[in-house]
Design a protein around this ligand. Structure first.
Ligand code: COA
Ligand code: AMP
Length: 630
């Protein structure tokens, strides 16, 4: 069948399409209806069903005789460890962990925060929650205490599961003090914390609050899978929005099972038993959907990789892992390939490995620049697929569905909309524009299964952020266009979100931190173009009148402050002190124009600018840190 037929098939009978896809899931009570319209443009999928995610991701494969198949390969060049966990072992480990959590009072609907590095125990913790119907919220290890505290106060977890430490090249990330700091800062306190002690750093446990991962499982009754309603939240994943308050994206249980399972063959072209590797982190949506749930639900082998594309130990790491573990489909971020390409432009490391197992490569998380795609195609000699999605959608909005039909690749485009997504480009008034015209990218409601039904405890914010601008549509926050052949092009964000090394960050959140410095009167943060990371944040600081501090000292202090408040992942290293910020006459900071100046790209003088001379001052300031050279 051709993509066109599949897409048309969905369009003609969306509910029938998803009911068919639902047959691949093991239901406790099968859905009788696919879509539930809750009014006010809110929708849910398979709400009348009963099902358990862990059963579908783990137990059912054991029951079906695949127990000896490897479920998880742990490959950690940082600790020089390799380990395999079969489906039957995974079932036993997860059932025990879930049993121990249950014995400590965790039940269906309770929230559990998971703060762990890339180790198999992170997946086991997620699956143990799923087994009980508890709602997990994984927090990325590169976030600092304050960010963790914000999530604790919003999710109100009964328990937190953490590791004693994470390992970055040349640096141990002390998780336990970060966790303790977060619990000190938060108003809500968890009943208990489970600490997985890593041998690289054993943490001191807080008596009465912390239990040891192994110790608390001793002698417990393993837990069975608890069936939950199809619209029961499987997890909350916080993502950056316009302000420092992250958005709690919810994923419903049944929709996620059906949609992710569908993507494994149709998009990623793997059969059960094949090895699938997403080199991301469990703290991001890619890690949820394609390190943990998607491959396991589909009966694949997944890889938990604790390392970096370069430096652990070299630019050949990706190729070693692919070749050694027989990876068929590989998923990473363009920035990771740019890092490899920078160290090994001619692919000397590629030549060292037999990569005949690799059939296709997928890129997402940020715009894939044509140079990087062409380089990867030439080196690897397989299709390199750019695909576009968001934390909110949980799976691809636009992609090249290689498992259905390999469509011609057009550089700069993540190809075509997937079934479930009616993508339209709208002008400011909400009218569809012609092919080739730029506009806001919107998706006609309802969104397909597996996407966000709302935000955690924030339905009004959900409506305001996504539904109100274009009635009847979901607003993606991305701008771009579609061509005559229906290919989608993603050009920019329409909000203050930037994308640094495939990590989604809020410039508004960073501005809130800078504004908290006692000498800063006013500030702005923009994302400037960076050859490696795609974008890098740059801060502009106007100091309080009368402040005679050395500018370099203030810059150092704000850099430290962002690292402390948001975390190293913000990669906030550059800031300049300026007298004034360019604004419109109504007082809106002209961030877009500042980006153009930094990147030396042409721009039109904004008609509403208050004082054009300020732009020269901005340019001079940027030149002192190596930007605006052109
Ligand atoms: N825990 C703690 N700290 C972390 C972390 C984690 N899980 N992940 C990153 N950090 C830290 C890094 O150590 C670094 O700290 P530093 O300022 O002390 O050096 C900082 O956060 C910035 O990290 P990063 O942006 O990743 O830059 P880098 O220079 O360490 O590495 C790349 C550059 C391109 C190799 C790396 O960004 C990369 O692999 N990117 C791919 C991202 C990805 O897969 N995203 C998923 C979306 S699909
Ligand atoms: P996240 O929620 O972290 O996955 O980030 C989602 C955002 O990353 C999207 O809204 C886009 O701005 C950007 N993005 C993700 N994938 C792509 C892609 N393939 N091409 C261009 N931008 C992308």
């Amino acid at each position: 069948m051709a993509y066109k037929d599949v897409y048309e098939g969905w369009k003609n009978d969306p509910e029938g399409f998803w009911m068919d896809a639902a047959q691949a899931i093991d239901w406790d009570e099968a859905p009788k209806q696919a879509l539930f319209d809750k009014g006010e443009n809110l929708y849910e999928w398979f709400a009348d069903a009963k099902v358990n995610t862990c059963w579908n991701a783990v137990d059912r494969h054991v029951e079906a005789g695949r127990g000896e198949q490897t479920a998880i390969i742990y490959d950690s060049p940082i600790t020089h460890t390799k380990r395999e966990i079969s489906y039957v072992e995974l079932r036993n480990r997860v059932a025990n962990l879930a049993g121990a959590l249950r014995a400590k009072g965790i039940e269906k609907g309770d929230r559990v925060i998971i703060y762990m590095p890339m180790i198999p125990e992170a997946l086991e913790a997620m699956l143990a929650c799923a087994r009980l119907g508890a709602v997990h919220s994984v927090v990325f290890g590169g976030f600092a205490s304050n960010e963790l505290a914000v999530r604790i106060d919003d999710a109100k977890p009964k328990a937190i599961i953490a590791a004693s430490c994470g390992l970055e090249p040349g640096r141990v990330v002390h998780y336990k003090p970060l966790l303790d700091g977060a619990i000190d800062l938060s108003e809500h306190k968890p009943d208990f914390c489970v600490i997985f002690q890593r041998e690289q750093e054993v943490a001191e446990l807080t008596p009465g609050r912390d239990v040891n991962w192994h110790g608390f499982q001793y002698g417990v009754e393993p837990a069975e899978c608890v069936p939950v309603e199809g619209n029961h939240p499987a997890y909350i994943l916080y993502t950056s929005g316009t302000t420092g308050q992250p958005k709690g994206v919810i994923r419903h249980t049944a929709g996620q099972l059906v949609a992710l399972n569908w993507t494994m063959k149709n998009l990623y072209n793997v059969e059960p038993g094949d090895v699938f590797w997403a080199a991301s982190d469990v703290g991001w949506v890619v890690g949820h959907s394609y390190i943990c749930y998607g491959p396991l639900i589909h009966g694949n082998t997944t890889i938990v990789f604790e390392g970096k594309p370069v430096g652990t130990p070299d630019a050949g790491t990706f190729w070693r892992v692919i070749s050694e573990h027989n990876v068929k489909s590989f998923f990473t971020a363009p920035t990771a390939f740019r890092a490899v390409k920078r160290e090994d432009p001619t692919g000397e490391y590629v030549k060292k490995y037999d990569l005949s197992c690799l059939k296709q490569v997928y890129l997402a998380g940020e715009r894939a620049d044509p140079d990087t795609i062409v380089w990867a195609q030439e080196q690897l000699q397989v299709p390199v697929v750019d695909h576009w999605w968001q934390t909110e959608t949980g799976w691809s909005i636009a992609a090249n569905p290689i498992g259905i039909e390999e469509l011609p690749i057009k550089l700069g485009s993540p190809t075509v909309p997937m079934p479930g997504y009616q993508v339209e480009i709208l002008d400011d008034a909400g009218h569809p524009v012609e092919a080739g015209t730029l506009g806001a990218i919107a998706i006609k409601l309802p969104l397909p299964p597996g996407t966000l039904p709302t935000l955690w405890n924030a339905e009004e914010r959900f409506k305001k952020s996504y539904l109100n601008t274009f009635p009847g549509y979901y607003e993606t926050g991305d701008a771009g266009m579609m061509d005559e052949d229906g290919y989608v092009y993603i050009m920019a964000r329409t909000d203050d979100v930037i994308n640094v090394a495939g990590h989604r960050l809020s410039t508004g959140g960073m501005e809130e931190v800078l504004a908290g410095h006692p000498d800063v009167a006013e500030c702005a943060v923009i994302g400037v173009t960076d050859q490696l990371k795609g974008q890098m944040p740059v801060g502009f600081l106007c100091l309080n009148a009368g402040t005679d501090r050395d500018h370099a000292d203030v810059v150092k202090e704000v850099v430290k402050l962002v690292r402390e408040k948001i975390g190293p992942v913000a990669a906030f290293k550059l800031a300049v002190v300026v007298d004034r910020l360019p604004k419109t006459r109504s007082g809106k900071i002209l961030r877009g124009t500042m980006v153009n100046i930094a990147d030396s790209t042409p721009y039109k003088m904004p008609a509403t600018i208050d004082d054009p001379a300020i732009l020269d001052e901005i340019k001079e300031a940027l030149q002192t840190i190596g930007y605006a050279k052109g």
